[in-house]
Design a protein around this ligand. Sequence first.
Ligand SMILES: [Fe+2]
Length: 323
Amino acid sequence: MTNGQPLLENWTPEQAARMNNAIFVAQHRIQDLDLFGDEQLIELLDRHPREALGINTMGTDPVCHQEWQEGRAGNLNAEQLYEAAQTGRIWLNMRRVMDHHAEYARLVNSLYEELEANCPGLSTYNRSANLLISSPEAIVYYHLDCPVNMLWHLRGTKRVWAYPLESGIVSDETIEGVLCGEKSEELEFRSEWDDLAVSYDLNPGEMVTWPQHTPHRVVNTGGLNVSLSTEHMTSRAARRNNVFLANRHFRQILPGDYRSTQLTGWQPAAKEFALRVMRRLPILAPKPPQGYKYPVTFEVDLDAQNCVRSLVDNDTREPVLTS
Ligand SMILES: [Fe+2]
């Protein structure tokens, strides 16, 4: 609760019970707080450390995930970067806002306290949040995330597609690969999978979430988009990650075909325990996850098309010399 007002709106016990098991949309009131106007966002962008600011651009075809690019701000100030997001094809990700801005730490913790009060049995930890500011036509390619994530939408409109795990589109090996950092979180995508997706047009004041590891993609459909993306863990989420990681690691070092993704009972508990022990034993430890790091291939430039000035030659992919 902030200023005495609840942040969640119209939640029912039935909704709360579905939250972890289904692709789920609910209402909130975060957009009413005095934090997300142009002026406040520019000021936040100005205060946010540049090393914790992700700057990206992308293509227009949801299949071509290799067109996701990492950029740099160059000499642009916060106001100019914000203008680039308004007019270009730019994705700004203010990472870990709870670590850098006390008002966001308070807001996200208040949100989670209300969530836990509304969802009996929910107990979250490792909470974090990223504030996303993205251009009116920006897209995010098909991917899956390791923690549980929730997208609290604040400004503009976007369409979200989520691909239910039970559709079988994403294999257990793919989830294992993402968890151990071998596969990028952006994955191969085929447009016919949309027939199996749940899609939703997200408006300010709505939140969407889905069961952990559910693949999803996003297309902005109108106006500058502002969303708060929160992530958290629960003991069940940690168990699920550990069971997938244990299956993969055990198949590599032990005889037997470890593939069960069951989460309850003594066997998954034993798997999780064994993996935790192995992590402490250098000879048996799995390699720590290596996240993929994109090379920086463009600079934000208000005079360039889409506010993207390439730093590589589009044909040869060689660096372009800049004066
Ligand atoms: Fe995501």
